[in-house]
Design a protein around this ligand. Structure first.
Ligand SMILES: *Cc1c(COP(=O)(O)O)cnc(C)c1O
Length: 421
């Protein structure tokens, strides 16, 4: 057993798991399978990869790319350094979120789903939540609005139809509720699809005038539609994405969104809005179960600081999204020149991904070679994730950081040499 385990050293697995793989293979009467079993285990270990898919927020790659900022070691997660007393873990991100979105108060949890769950479980437990039938969506990964509502003990009141929901639909539903009800109006961004054609939805300012608090689940975490952190005007592909600052000024009592979509930070969820409501959410015992850890808070703080100081290049997602297509083309041509052989450059269309800006694409450039080489690229160190289109393997440079161009070049050289051999 030990000899088999030692023969698996190049998988990089610890000895303990190599022995487990050897045992599993021997127990199945196929000692020769130990390789395959160990490789299967190793494939699940997290490691840095190069995303050459052109999908900037790739769900399988953990959405927004993060740098390697985390310091490790102790941090003052709940220690207020100005008093030496116990503090609150989300104070720094809350200060930044308030300044960046104009919210009265804000707090953070572990993901967008948790933010909405906490908001509804706090504000609408046992109460009616009025939602348009066009917004009872499934986001992916099993997040379905009606199920989150049920889990928060809120009572779903559907209004309108799939394609049209008018102000009068909400008004009628509210007028039919018992006098003692404390309804909440929920507006959910459709995120990953669009309804086009004969459609109508009720704008947030009109909903806000109805009286009950409006909770807006924005999904993507665009902080401000004016994108003041970018050098130019807001990019065209952002049109249609609701933003936190504008939603709050249009009357949302509370907005919820993810940390790792358009915000470009770690997996997290944000609740921002009226101080009274945010505080109520933070006092809910559920908050204790949903609160983020120090690593997440450190990353979120770093991301928000980059916004506050207009260092968009320090947010990998925005750096990738804002690179001029011409620069991508020049990088691709430089790599193709050095690799030679069948590798060439083509125009490409990158996508935001993670259900943000569906149907919109961003002009990009890609390296390509004939055939499907995805497996060979995945077995590189670090692995490179590419896409196949029209019988060609494409490496889209919009989702590759320039620091990784050398690695991409090396992998392509190896691939071309292997094919020639
Ligand atoms: C993505 C999304 C969510 C879920 O957020 P997670 O961070 O994935 O938990 C909820 N609502 C909307 C509208 C979304 O787009």
């Amino acid at each position: 057993m030990d000899a088999i385990a030692r023969s698996l050293a190049e998988t990089g697995l610890p000895h303990l798991l190599r022995v487990a793989a050897a045992r599993e293979a021997v127990a199945a009467g196929a000692a020769g399978d130990a390789d395959r079993i160990a490789a299967g285990m190793a494939g699940h270990f997290l490691r840095p990869v190069i995303n050459a898919t052109g999908i900037l927020l790739h769900t399988n790659l953990g959405r927004a790319p993060l740098g390697e900022r985390s310091q490790g070691g102790a941090a003052n997660v709940e220690l207020d350094l100005s008093t030496g007393r116990r503090g609150q873990r989300t104070t720094s991100v809350s200060l930044l979120l308030r300044a960046l979105t104009g919210a009265e108060a804000a707090t953070a949890v572990n993901n967008g789903a948790a933010a909405l769950l906490l908001a509804l479980a706090t504000l609408a437990r046992g109460e009616p939540v009025v939602v348009s039938r066009g917004e009872l969506v499934e986001i992916g990964g099993g997040f379905r609005v009606p199920e989150v509502l049920a889990a928060s003990d809120a009572r779903l009141v559907e209004v309108g139809t799939t394609n049209k929901t008018r102000l009068s639909d909400y008004e009628r539903a509210l007028s039919e509720l018992p006098a003692e009800a404390k309804p909440v109006l929920l507006k959910v961004h459709q995120s990953n699809y669009r309804i086009v054609g004969f459609t109508e939805s009720t704008p947030l300012p009109e909903l806000a005038r109805l009286g009950p608090p409006v909770v807006a689940d924005l999904g993507s975490g665009l902080l401000d539609a004016e994108t003041p952190w970018l050098p130019g005007p807001p990019p065209r592909w952002l049109a249609g994405e609701p933003a936190a600052r504008q939603s709050l000024s249009e009357g949302a009592a509370l907005v919820t969104f993810s940390g790792d979509k358009l915000l470009g930070g770690p997996q997290a969820g944000v609740l921002a809005g009226a101080a009274e409501l945010v505080e109520q959410c933070a006092r809910n015992p559920l908050y204790r179960a949903l609160r983020p850890g120090g690593l997440v808070l450190a990353e979120l703080q770093a991301t928000l600081l980059a916004y506050a100081e207009r260092r968009y290049e320090d947010i990998a997602f925005w750096r990738m999204a804002a690179t001029p297509a011409l620069q991508l083309r020049q990088r691709a041509e430089a790599i193709a020149d050095r690799v030679g052989g069948p590798v060439a450059v083509c125009d490409s269309r990158a996508e935001v991904g993670a259900g943000s800006s569906p149907g919109e694409t961003i002009e990009s450039a890609a390296l390509f070679l004939p055939g499907d080489h995805r497996d060979a690229l995945l077995s590189q160190r670090p692995p490179i994730v590419a896409r196949v289109e029209g019988g060609r393997t494409l490496l889209d440079l919009r989702s590759v950081l320039p620091e990784d161009d050398g690695t991409v070049e090396g992998a392509l050289k190896q691939l071309v040499a292997g094919a020639g051999a």
